[in-house]
Design a protein around this ligand. Structure first.
Ligand code: C5P
Length: 209
C-alpha cells in the first residue's frame, strides 16, 4: 500500500505520516528533507542558492541515507529548501529518488507537496493535510522553541505565508490537492485526534477498494 500525504508547512503532515508509518509498519520518507539536504549541500559548497547548475549537482549527489535532521530542521533551511523546490530541474532529479523509495514491495508512506499529484499518482490513499496559517505558525514556533531557536511569532507567521505563496504559485509541481485526495483539516485537532482521523481515512479507503 502506498499512502501519499501532502500539505503546506507545519500542517501536521510529517507527524501524521510518521505515526501512520508506525501504525501500518510501512517505511516513511519525509520528502521535504530531500529539498532541505539539497540546499544544505549547496551552502556547504559555498554556492548561492539561486545557482541552478550547482543545485542540480547537489541534488544528484544525495542518497536517501544522507540526512542529519538536526542540521536540516531550522527555519532558515525551510526557506532555502523552498527555493530548491521552485527549480524544475532539481525536482526532476529528486523525482527518481522518491519513486525508487515508493516502489518498495512492502509499500511506503511519503509526505510532501506533490506526492499525490506527481510522485505517486496511483497511491491507494491520498490525504491532503491543512490547517489555518495562524495555527501552523503556532506549531512551528513551538517546534523551533523546543530546538532552542529564538522565536518571533510574527516572523514565523510571515515565513509560513511566504512559503505557502512560493509553494503554491511555482510553475513546476505547485502545492495542489490531487482530485482524488481526502482533505484533513487539523485546525483545532491535537496530534492524537489528527492521527485518528488519518487512520479512519485509510481504513475507509482500503475497505472500499
Ligand atoms: O515539508 P518541509 O517544510 O520540510 O519542506 C521544505 C520545502 O521543500 C517546502 O517549502 C517546499 O518548497 C519543498 N518541498 C517540495 N516538494 C516536496 C517536499 C518539499 O517542493 N515534496
Amino acid at each position: 500500500m502506498i499512502i501519499a500525504i501532502d500539505g503546506p508547512a507545519a500542517s501536521g503532515k510529517g507527524t501524521i505520516a510518521r505515526r501512520l508509518a508506525a501504525h501500518y509498519g510501512l517505511p516513511h520518507l519525509d520528502t521535504g528533507l530531500l529539498y532541505r539536504a539539497t540546499a544544505r549541500s549547496l551552502m556547504e559548497r559555498g554556492e548561492r542558492l539561486e545557482n541552478v547548475d550547482a543545485a542540480i549537482s547537489a541534488a544528484r549527489g544525495l542518497a536517501l541515507t544522507d540526512f542529519d535532521e538536526t542540521q536540516l530542521r531550522g527555519a532558515e533551511m525551510g526557506e532555502a529548501a523552498s527555493i530548491m523546490g521552485a527549480m524544475p530541474q532539481v525536482r526532476a532529479v529528486l523525482l527518481d529518488l522518491q519513486r525508487q523509495f515508493a516502489a518498495r514491495q512492502e509499500g511506503a508512506i511519503l509526505d510532501g507537496r506533490d506526492i499525490g499529484s506527481i510522485i505517486c499518482p496511483n497511491a491507494e490513499v491520498k490525504i491532503f493535510v491543512t490547517a489555518q496559517s495562524e495555527t501552523r505558525a503556532q506549531r512551528r514556533a513551538l517546534e523551533l522553541k523546543s530546538r532552542g531557536e529564538k522565536v518571533d511569532f510574527a516572523a514565523v507567521l510571515a515565513d509560513i505565508q511566504k512559503r505557502d505563496e512560493r509553494d503554491s504559485s511555482r510553475s513546476s509541481a505547485p502545492l495542489i490537492m490531487a482530485s482524488d485526495a481526502i482533505r484533513l483539516d487539523t485546525t483545532g485537532l491535537d496530534v492524537e485526534k489528527s492521527v485518528a482521523a488519518a487512520i479512519a481515512i485509510v481504513e475507509n479507503k482500503t475497505q472500499k477498494s
